[in-house]
Design a binder for this molecule. Structure first.
Ligand code: HEM
Length: 177
């Protein structure tokens, strides 16, 4: 009589070990494993520092700066403001391909920043002497902001201007070509 009662109400252990529960436990363990693994992977991706490029020190023409729009394998992004070229690679989320300000990548951004237009001229050299005093002041503010945040690469050359020699960084320039 007592045996019958025992088999009618299995212990907790017997309950857990039933084939259906074993399958369910295996599914739960697998899902928990997947969640932990995906969390760990996304943390690793976020934590990975961007690879740092050798410092570039060079004067460039409008035609030469064009290729530094973040689409090259090294992903370097340069832009110019008021004749000074900045390496804005660390702001790639702004200027890189698909970024909100990618129109400035590899370009002279002076006029766009001065006038509040996210667009850059395609002229051989954009003579910005027609800007209003307010626009000039605005471009100057942007330049100051870039000077604080980004490395200077060199000067944007007007047609006919010759590039400066930055002897201290010449070897690095060659490496990054
Ligand atoms: C609705 C208008 C706009 C909004 C809401 C907006 C918002 C923003 C925000 C949130 C940032 C990121 C700031 C940071 O994380 O440091 C940013 C960056 C920037 N914005 Fe705008 N923006 C606007 C219009 C413009 C316009 C018209 C220009 C220039 C023509 C411009 C140029 C820039 C640039 C160059 C950066 C990147 C600065 C850097 O390299 O640190 N923005 N903007």
């Amino acid at each position: 009589m007592s045996e019958q009662t025992e088999s009618a109400s299995p212990t907790l252990w017997e309950e857990l070990m039933s084939p259906l529960n074993l399958v369910l436990i295996a599914i739960i363990v697998y899902l928990v494993y997947k969640i932990i693994k995906s969390n760990f992977e996304s943390e690793v991706t976020v934590a990975a520092p961007p690879p740092s490029l050798p410092k570039l020190r060079k004067d460039l023409t409008v035609a030469e700066i064009k290729k530094y729009d973040g689409t090259q394998p090294d992903g370097r992004v340069l832009l110019a403001v008021n004749g000074t070229i900045f390496d804005v690679t660390k702001g790639k989320r702004f200027y890189g391909p698909g970024g909100p300000y990618s129109a400035f990548a590899g370009k002279d951004a002076t006029r766009g920043l001065a006038t509040g237009q996210v667009a850059a001229s395609d002229k051989e050299y954009d003579d910005v002497s027609d800007l209003t005093p307010d626009e000039v002041a605005s471009a100057k503010e942007w330049e100051e902001q870039f000077r604080e945040k980004y490395d200077i690469v060199g000067r944007l050359l007007k047609p006919g201007e010759t590039p400066n020699k930055y002897s201290d960084d010449e070897s690095e320039d060659k490496k990054s070509q």
